[in-house]
Design a protein around this ligand. Structure first.
Ligand code: COD
Ligand code: ATP
Length: 294
């Protein structure tokens, strides 16, 4: 029952915003980051990735698992924002604390998913961005990404030396990966994803079509170590040129673009490859798109 039984529905609706407790900045940033992860997972159709239609090229993931993982990351993302507020400047103390929280976040993710890597790259990218936005809440996307890059440039003294897929691909092909993308201030998101998101919206695409176009723009530009690991440089070349072809055909708001997107999806499944790094950076775009207007 309403808290104000004698008031009309319209009067209740007018009062409700006044009574809503103000969320603190860290809560709000964690909310926006988790929402970005859920929106990315839900977005469909995404070539090769887990979405509402299927698990794409992933035999160990489902959409439900992506949701559970995203929700499990809320406390870690909130603590990252709080750490930035506490330290209030970029330096080794903040970097070290973010590294510790990031490793705890990965442990929470693995505990939730039974050992599946659902969001490793996303914890890295969104963790840095949440911290950077908490340092200067009103800054625009470009300034936040640049600040996140400066945090990523600091070496974490406690980081364990582990042989990840990204590290192996870097050694084998000399490719740059998640670390370098962050250190450069997320160029794939700032120069490709976000501009495409805004261009597609402005040209009348639906929000969901604009997001798919943003993902494609990132895929076309990114050296995605997830793709390189499973499909090598030739596979990466096919993924990049296939994504570019969809955009050149008019993007996902057009019939020609959707036909080309279907081909790209089939191609990725045949390669057994999935653009996980591009998916993370789409989530980063969605975060940056919203967080600046909190
Ligand atoms: C830097 C990270 C991502 C490790 O990178 P590395 O390439 O060695 O690992 P891995 O192969 O597991 O890849 C990580 C993920 O990044 C994403 N990714 C792949 N390619 C790219 C790319 N070019 N750009 C951005 N993201 C990418 C994918 O989702 C991939 O699964 C990170 O996990 C890490 O070092 N964490 C340590 C804890 C820490 O410092 N946390 C700070 C939190 S702010
Ligand atoms: N919707 C999504 N579907 C699949 N992966 C996603 C999605 N969104 C983000 N990702 C990212 O993709 C990465 C998982 O990709 P992948 O399974 O290729 O990595 P891996 O476990 O290192 O390698 P592999 O499964 O090839 O052994 C995660 O770190 C995650 O951040």
């Amino acid at each position: 029952m309403s808290a104000y039984p004698n008031l009309s529905a319209a009067a209740c609706a007018a009062i409700r915003p006044l009574r809503r407790p103000q969320l603190c900045l860290a809560d709000q940033l964690a909310d926006v980051a988790v929402e970005a992860l859920i929106d990315e997972a839900e977005l469909s159709p995404k070539p090769g990735l887990v979405d509402r239609r299927s698990s794409g090229a992933h035999s160990d993931m489902t959409l439900a698992l992506m949701h559970a993982s995203a929700l499990a990351l809320w406390p870690c993302l909130r603590q990252m924002a709080e750490a930035a507020e506490y330290h209030s400047e970029i330096g080794l103390p903040l970097r070290a604390e973010l590294g510790r929280l990031g490793r705890e976040g990965e442990a929470a993710m693995l505990a939730t998913t039974g050992g599946v890597n659902t969001h490793r790259g996303a914890i890295w990218a969104l963790g840095l961005l949440v911290a950077a936005q908490a340092l200067q809440p009103k800054a625009d996307a470009m300034a936040v990404a640049a600040r996140a890059g400066r945090i990523a440039l600091i070496d974490d003294p406690a980081a364990p030396r582990q042989s990840s897929h990204g590290a192996q691909v870097r050694q084998r092909y000399g490719a740059s990966g998640a670390r370098e993308q962050a250190q450069q201030g997320f160029p794939a998101a700032l120069e490709h994803g976000l501009p495409q998101l805004r261009r597609s919206r402005a040209s009348g695409a639906s929000e969901s079509q604009a997001r798919v176009d943003a993902l494609l723009a990132i895929m076309a530009a990114l050296s995605d170590t997830c793709v390189l690991w499973r499909a090598g440089p030739q596979g990466l070349h096919q993924v990049q040129s296939g994504a570019r072809a969809v955009l050149e055909a008019g993007g996902s708001a057009t019939l020609q673009g959707r036909r080309r997107l279907r081909q790209l999806d089939a191609q990725l499944l045949q390669l057994n490859a999935s653009p996980g790094g591009a998916a993370d950076l789409l989530a980063a775009c969605l975060f940056l798109d919203k967080a600046g207007s909190l």
